[in-house]
Design a protein around this ligand. Structure first.
Ligand code: IPM
Ligand code: MG
Length: 366
């Protein structure tokens, strides 16, 4: 069986980390005798430059039909004045929305050798393993009405709408409960029900799904989002799975990722729901952005993109052994002291993007 991979490298450091990841794909294919059909296409600013839009319908169709989409990063200062509808970020938002990739899985794992790179005390984050499940296709990112208009006095008013249906909350909660069962079995549901009706509904629905759909074996607790932000830096190891909405998930996942010492290490998965034909769209991307300041210099850390490929093996392709091998290879390379600039300590000599990938491939082949 051949797995089709659609690689959307995008902008900034996207193409570099994607090139490194494709070398890992080739090595995994060799070592584990897995066939991949790898295709490249444009997204973000790279697509805007050629097509005038950040993602074309053709690419969305290809993404829908691929076994998995590997995504690099989008955005850059040269697009700052482009309309929202055509900005690079919109390419990613369109893919999420059109493929209905509602469940965004963002692990914050601390690799042992990097524990001292965290801005928190080592003992607070050593062994950290949090999974944030972020709702990805609704909430304030997509709610209507939205826009900037004028009020009766001619003053400008900016409007966005936080809106959740119970079905949107329910399906996200189910993903969180199912994943908790494969981990420590605890879910923290996060909202602002003290000030927002959407948050009140969030808590009600998560509680109902937990009770009505026999998730009694999973420990469910609730927390307000501001408290969660505080607890993440106070005692992050109290969390196992955090389930939350689109905007809180965006912020809390950046915060959680930095606890681990480097946002350059962290992968993510965005999962849809299987359709009637058994198609199950999924997109895998590093949590970091396009980092235009270091683009094209061979400085970027490819680990997040490589680990995103590992998540694709794990969640879309059913290739658990290969996925584990990549995670183990990254851990070993870090233990050997190989570091890209973002994770290098004062006494380390940083390696390039390509060298980091080569070191990981050597461990996979060993
Ligand atoms: C993320 C990013 C995106 C988001 C941007 C690039 C649209 O910050 O994936 O976290 O806000 O969702
Ligand atoms: Mg973000």
């Amino acid at each position: 069986m051949t797995h089709s991979l659609l690689c959307l490298a995008g902008d900034g450091i996207g193409p570099e980390v994607m090139a490194a990841t494709k070398d890992v794909v080739a090595a995994v294919s060799d070592v584990f005798s897995i066939d991949f059909d790898v295709e490249d296409d444009l997204v973000g600013g790279a697509s805007y430059d050629v097509h005038g839009i950040p993602v074309t319908d053709t690419v969305i169709e290809k993404a829908r039909n691929a076994s998995a989409v590997l995504f690099g990063a989008v955005g850059g200062p040269q697009y700052d004045d482009v309309d929202y509808a055509k900005r690079p970020e919109q390419g990613l938002l369109d893919l999420r929305k059109q493929l209905d990739l509602f469940a965004n899985l963002r692990p914050a794992i601390c690799f042992g050798p990097l524990a001292s790179a965290s801005s928190l005390k080592t003992d607070l984050i050593e062994g950290l393993d949090i999974l944030i499940v972020r709702e990805l296709t609704s909430g304030v990112y997509f709610g209507e009405p939205r826009g900037i208009s004028r009020d009766a006095d001619g003053k400008r008013v900016g409007v966005n709408t936080q809106r959740y249906t119970e079905d949107e909350i329910a399906r996200t909660a189910r993903v969180a409960f199912e994943l908790a069962r494969t981990r420590a079995g605890r879910v923290m549901s996060v909202e602002k029900g003290n000030v927002m009706e959407s948050g009140k509904l969030w808590r009600q629905v998560v509680t109902e799904i937990h009770a009505d759909e026999n998730y009694g074996d999973v420990d469910l607790q609730h927390m307000y989002a501001d408290n969660c932000a505080m607890q993440l830096v106070r005692a992050p190891k109290q969390f196992d799975v955090i389930v939350t909405d689109n905007l809180f998930g965006d912020m809390l996942s950046d915060q959680a990722s930095m606890l681990t010492g480097s946002i350059g290490m962290l992968p993510s998965a965005s999962l849809g729901q299987p359709d009637a034909h058994g198609c199950n769209p999924a997109l895998y991307e590093p949590v970091h952005g396009s980092a235009p300041d270091i683009a094209g210099k061979g400085l970027a850390n490819p680990c997040a993109c490589i680990l995103s490929f590992a998540m694709a093996l794990q969640y879309s392709l059913g290739e658990q052994a290969a996925a584990r091998a990549i995670f183990a290879a990254v851990d070993k390379v870090l233990a050997d002291g190989v570091r890209t600039a973002d994770i290098a300590g004062d006494t380390d000599t940083p390696v390039s993007t390509a060298d980091m990938a080569r070191a990981i491939i050597t461990k996979i082949r060993a």
